[in-house]
Design a protein around this ligand. Structure first.
Ligand SMILES: [Mg+2]
Length: 192
């Protein structure tokens, strides 16, 4: 089967990684509970930053956010490796800006994610992901972002939301742990 994955906050814990970097950069000690309570994708609010200041902060730290030690979610790397071992196809579909595409692909490879030539799509807008998902005729697709997920309500692909505080409004199946994926494929466990 064909599996498609968003990267940021789907396979890797990027916002939390950025949250720690914000604390360091601003010399603050905002607690993780403030992060976990956020119902927005953006993380600037607990630091007392405006949206504009938050955007500037993200851009100034983009190198560190994207290319240092952002951890994968538990089980994500092993699960994708196993899918490939089992003969499935794994595709990545990330809306990171075009300037980050090549290095993002390299970062995935360095971090043991299985990346085949031609299976990495990058630099599109959120609303353009659907075209790639349909063209590839994916069996499954996983993403965390409401702006993407809400465009995918009527596709034949089985779409799952990666469970997070900012996407609770969406009434679609959700994935709580990458360790659940094999059971979901086997239809032993429905998404919640
Ligand atoms: Mg994402």
């Amino acid at each position: 089967m064909k599996f498609g994955f968003d990267i940021d906050d789907t396979l890797i814990n990027l916002r939390e990684h950025a949250f720690h970097l914000y604390n360091k950069k601003l010399n603050k000690n905002v607690e993780l509970s403030a992060f976990k309570a956020l119902n927005t994708l953006e993380i600037h609010e607990p630091f007392g930053l405006t949206a504009q200041e938050g955007g500037a902060m993200w851009n100034s730290l983009a190198e560190e956010i994207y290319y240092t030690t952002c951890p994968a979610f538990e089980g994500a790397i092993e699960t994708l490796q196993q899918l490939v071992k089992d003969g499935h196809e794994v595709f990545y579909i990330t809306a990171r800006n075009a300037e980050h595409c090549e290095r993002t692909k390299d970062w995935l490879i360095q971090n043991q994610f299985p990346v085949k030539e031609g299976h990495f799509f990058c630099g599109m807008k959120d609303k353009e992901k659907i075209r790639i998902i349909e063209d590839l005729q994916l069996d499954y697709y996983f993403d965390d972002k409401p702006a993407v997920l809400e465009t995918l309500l009527d596709v034949p692909t089985k779409v799952f939301a990666i469970d997070n505080s900012y996407n609770q409004e969406l009434k679609i199946p959700r994935l709580l742990s990458w360790f659940d994926l094999q059971e979901i494929i086997a239809d032993k466990k429905p998404g919640l």
